[in-house]
Design a protein around this ligand. Structure first.
Ligand SMILES: [Zn+2]
Length: 422
């Protein structure tokens, strides 16, 4: 469908302004938008069940939302059509298909407004990162990004490449097109950064925009030093759009709180005030397919205040997804986040920890250099054992040339074949 340019410009202006609003003003704006979204949800079949009865009885929109159950990915995958707003006719919509790691696609429908907003938000955020119409941004994704066809003919220039391209070839094409910004999964940009050094190309860039995977401090350093550029992280998902992004001053992730409600929820479904939990989002923009309290499966905690002055609160994202839990021999569950510190090991260029059975782990790794030393291996083993709370697990090391990307093109750092079904 065509892009509503006026809506795009209007959304761009509001997205640029809202980040600086006072938290009280933001709260009011959010309540208003949530109220409208809940109104749109009233006729949505998925919200007709008993579980949602409390919503209409509750007072404020925020209270109503808090009474709704948490929505899982499988709920949406099972019957995406039941989440459609009957008041928004199909036909003038955009469909996004997320090919999840489990293989079953998840369909997300956006109306024209929601689509215009998503594109506007991308512009708003990347211009915060310093992007101008003179820049050429190389984008490397599994397939052309959804907004990409819409960016054509606009003032921003892009060079679409594929993550499956050879690194040397991608760098060559970037050089030929004078690309000075790169946007992709951090592991992809880190591979480019490595190739940039090892092939003595020494290309420099203005900035790198990361999304889709956890950006580790190690990848951030590697990218920044290879290209001499600033690195910006973003957190988003097809189901909700861009949820959070880093401010250029402090590089802290700020939640787009004017258009997205983020809750941190524990395994019992209760809000977490201190500590970490599942990130649950409600995007306030998409009235065609309202997803109330959607569980992302990502883990995080509320961040500290940021001195940059934005009214948007901050979010600390934590490595490891809810579905990346390891089951220890004792039956205890451990979040994959315990291997966080492995990403600090400079001996490892890339790695993947696979739990083959409760007591057997395999670490696939790509060494930096010929191979890792015995001492490094011992240290890595100690980190993993500590993470497993000292339970008796055996660890095998397997040196590989590269870590295989999943169907989505992302790399999972922890895979458990001993998976629990939540
Ligand atoms: Zn900030």
């Amino acid at each position: 469908m065509g892009m509503d340019i006026l809506a795009l410009l209007r959304h761009l202006a509001s997205a640029k302004g809202e980040q600086w609003m006072h938290p009280d003003g933001l709260e009011k704006l959010r309540e208003r938008r949530l109220g409208a979204l809940l109104k749109s949800s009233r006729n949505v079949p998925a919200y007709a069940g008993e579980a949602y009865c409390g919503m209409s009885a509750s007072g404020s929109p925020m209270e109503a939302l808090a009474s709704a159950p948490i929505l899982g990915k499988s709920d949406v995958r099972r019957s995406p059509a039941s989440f459609l707003n009957p008041g928004k006719p199909l036909g003038r919509h955009t469909e996004l298909t997320t090919s999840g790691s489990t293989g079953e696609p998840l369909r997300i429908y956006l109306d024209g407004q929601a689509l215009a907003y998503r594109v506007a938000q991308t512009y708003a955020v990347t211009t915060e990162f310093g992007r101008t119409p003179f820049d050429v941004m190389a984008t490397l994704y599994e397939r052309p990004s959804i907004v990409h066809p819409l960016r054509r003919g606009t003032i921003f220039r892009e060079l679409p490449l594929s993550i499956f391209d050879d690194e040397a070839e991608a760098l060559e094409r970037m050089a030929r097109s004078n690309a000075n910004i790169v946007s992709s999964f951090p592991s992809v940009i880190a591979s480019l950064a490595h190739a940039n050094l090892s092939e003595g190309r020494g290309m420099s860039l203005k900035s790198a925009y990361c999304t889709g995977e956890m950006l580790t401090p190690r990848d951030r350093r590697a990218i920044s030093s290879s290209f001499g550029c600033s690195v910006f992280d973003q957190y988003g998902l097809n189901e909700a759009g861009l949820v959070a992004w880093e401010c250029p001053e402090e590089h802290k992730l700020h939640i787009n709180s004017s258009t997205c409600i983020v809750e941190i929820i524990d395994d019992g479904g209760n809000p977490v005030t201190k500590g970490s939990g599942d990130i649950v989002v409600t995007s306030l923009i998409n009235h065609m397919m309202p997803l109330l309290r959607y569980s992302t499966g990502d883990r995080g905690r509320v961040g500290r205040d940021c001195p940059c002055g934005r009214g948007f609160p901050t979010l600390d994202k934590i490595e490891g997804r809810k579905d990346d839990l390891l089951v220890l021999p004792s039956g205890k569950l451990r979040s994959a986040s315990f291997i966080d510190s492995l990403s600090e090991k400079s001996e490892l260029r890339a790695y993947q920890l696979i739990q083959e059975s409760a007591s057997h782990l395999v670490l696939k790794y790509v060494p930096n250099g010929r191979d890792i030393s015995m001492a490094a291996r011992k240290e890595i083993e100690a980190i993993i054992l500590r993470g497993c709370l000292g339970e008796s697990v055996s660890i095998d090391f397997e040196k590989v040339d590269s870590i295989k990307r999943g169907r989505t093109g992302k790399i999972a750092t922890v895979i458990s074949r001993e998976r629990v079904k939540p």
